[in-house]
Design a protein around this ligand. Sequence first.
Ligand code: SAM
Length: 281
Amino acid sequence: MNYHEILTNGTSYLKKNKIKNPYLDTELLLSKTINKKREEILLNIYNKVENREIEKFKYYLFRRRQKEPIAYIMGYKYFWRYKFLTNKSVLIPRPDTELIIEETLNYLPIHNSKKILDIGTGSGCIIISLIKERPKCKATALDISLKAIKVAKTNAKLHQLENKINFINIDIDKYKSSNYDLIISNPPYIDNIDFNRLEDDIKSHEPKLALSGGSDGFKNINKVIIKSRKLLKINGKLILEIGHKQKNKTIKMLKKNSFYINKVSKDFSKTDRCIVSTRLK
Ligand SMILES: C[S@@+](CC[C@H](N)C(=O)[O-])C[C@H]1O[C@@H](n2cnc3c(N)ncnc32)[C@H](O)[C@@H]1O
């Protein structure tokens, strides 16, 4: 079979199995199989594929048919300006989360050397992107999942930041080191009803620990706010990602814990997604 035939067959197989973006996914999987860029495939569309590679391609296609996210099969995902290794131990970095980076950079002039904490680092995509942009800052990143910490450390190494970010496998409840200038967090915030409505790609493949915020979705948001008050310096900033419909209650929690609300910003789909706040006392 040649590239063209493989793309045609693969696309119709995924389409039949109701996979979104069947052509794009097939092209990506073929590119992984033969280790060539997508442009090279399109420029050499009648090149033959070896039988051994066809078997490999079928295996990837089968995984996609089982709704495994393309980022897990490919083994990476782009976030901000960088490439991050991803596997089933970590949440796949989302474009909406780039809002945290944008907002944080507004509060971090380029030559500043602030002390930053990332709560629930997952793949490490937020803190690694930030330290790439603000190399004078010092960072700690923690996660309750040891497997996630291993992925984050590997990503830090890939971006030559292994000596600049201190990764710790710990529950935020037990973390005590304080005096941070800035805390960022994208905590698990999906409530039980929305969790059950998630697409299979997400619900059956991404770690529940990274998604579920308990029955009302606020379990971790609440923890992060209460803990941040203790860990931040006075006037330190907390920059938090939230779910749709969580703005008002989160603002209430922040105010109750002596935070001033600087800004609420919206994501690409005009949903309130990120709250910037300051610890007042
Ligand atoms: C929504 S994911 C965010 C991952 C990454 N920061 C991102 O934005 O792609 C939340 C992360 O918080 C971690 N987590 C959940 N509960 C935690 C806890 N009590 N203490 C520390 N980390 C926790 C999860 O393991 C997961 O990696």
